[in-house]
Design a protein around this ligand. Structure first.
Ligand code: DGJ
Length: 345
């Protein structure tokens, strides 16, 4: 290394160490929606359609492992049907939400059994995890499907620690219904709900899970009837429940919409698109996956979304943006770069 380059490297390091700022003015602790997001080893984070669990001071980010060639399955010859081999579910951990450690594969695929739900030729999407205090188990639910998306099932797996390995328990059609895009929501009272796109994606169902979270408890409601909402993300604030969802256009982006209710099984009122400004009609070219409650900052929530690249699915990016809540009104605005101080503005 010549002397000029060496001096420049040392001064950059000093700048970061002393000021916490990276050269060029960006902060190393910033979210950069739509850009490649490396983990702490420098590899792009591979956790698509994901969700985050906060447990004992640590955030765990679970998501779909997408790698390898993007292809068109034999049964679907339009670009809306592109797939990669299902790679199972990844887990990353963080204490600051920006720097993520790769904890490895939390739920591996089953490569040697074409009849297994987790066979790589099938679909494993949108994994979410909640912790059950009574059983002391981490419970993962996910969308399980056949390569052509005709199976429409929900799979469940359990682990006694957050990073896995999770043990797969099988899949069902919850409440006897088709189930594709899904999320989990655990309420303050310990009840947990499976929220899934049902009736061939026409209507969402909200299903109260059994006390062990391993099966539907038998009570469910149908919401947004025949309005084709998918990619649900649920959170609670100020005693109200919110669902943000997308329209149903394959990998292509569309307009987000949110709804509010006084209880999970209550009456949901549709309130419109929370996104503001340019590209609000395309959710900034992304699709909802989760709303993350920031620990220790009351009222701070992050809208998590995927910017799918249907021709190169492993290069799909993450769009995380601050979600503002005023009463029962939500708003999201685009930012090129931001950090948690945004919640103090
Ligand atoms: C939209 C869903 O939200 C995604 O999870 C994925 O299933 C794509 N459709 C597939 O086209």
């Amino acid at each position: 290394m010549n002397r000029a380059i060496w001096l420049s490297a040392v001064s950059s390091l000093l700048l970061i160490t002393c000021t916490g700022k990276a050269p060029g003015g960006g902060s190393p602790g910033a979210f950069r929606p739509g850009e490649i997001w490396p983990d702490t080893e420098g590899n792009p984070i591979n956790a698509h359609g994901g969700g985050v669990l906060y447990q004992d001071g640590v955030y765990y980010w679970y998501g779909e492992i997408k790698s390898g060639e993007t292809r068109l399955p034999v049964k679907n010859k339009t670009w809306t049907g592109t797939r990669v081999q299902a790679g199972g579910v990844s887990c990353y951990s963080s204490t600051d939400l920006v720097r993520w450690n790769n904890e490895g594969v939390a739920l591996p695929p089953v490569a040697d059994d074409p009849g297994h739900d987790l066979y790589p030729g099938n679909v494993i999407e949108r994994p979410k995890v909640v912790y059950n205090e009574s059983t002391r188990q981490y419970v993962m639910w996910m969308h399980i499907d056949s390569e052509d998306y005709s199976a429409a099932r929900a799979g469940v797996a359990v682990s006694d620690n957050p990073v896995g390995l999770f043990v797969y328990r099988g899949s069902i059609r919850p409440d006897g219904s088709m189930s594709r895009d899904m999320t989990l929501f655990k309420d303050d009272d310990g009840r947990a709900y499976l929220v899934y796109a049902s009736e061939n994606n026409a209507t969402l169902h909200i299903s109260l899970l059994s006390p062990d979270y391993l099966s539907p408890g038998g009570t469910f409601i149908r919401v947004f009837e025949k309005r084709s909402r998918e990619a649900p993300a649920v959170f609670k604030y100020g005693g109200r429940y919110f669902i943000v969802s997308s329209g149903c256009t394959g990998w292509d982006p569309n307009e987000a919409e949110y709804a509010v209710a006084d209880s999970m099984l209550g009456t949901w009122t549709v309130r419109g698109n929370p996104c503001q400004g340019p590209d609000r009609d395309k959710t900034y070219f992304s699709q909802s996956t989760f709303v993350l409650a920031v620990a220790d900052i009351p009222g701070a929530f992050i809208f998590m979304a995927d910017r799918w690249d249907k021709q190169n699915l492993p290069d799909s990016r993450y769009v995380w943006l601050p979600l503002r809540i005023q009463g029962d009104t939500l708003s999201i605005a685009w930012r090129d770069s931001w950090d948690l101080t945004a919640f103090k503005e």
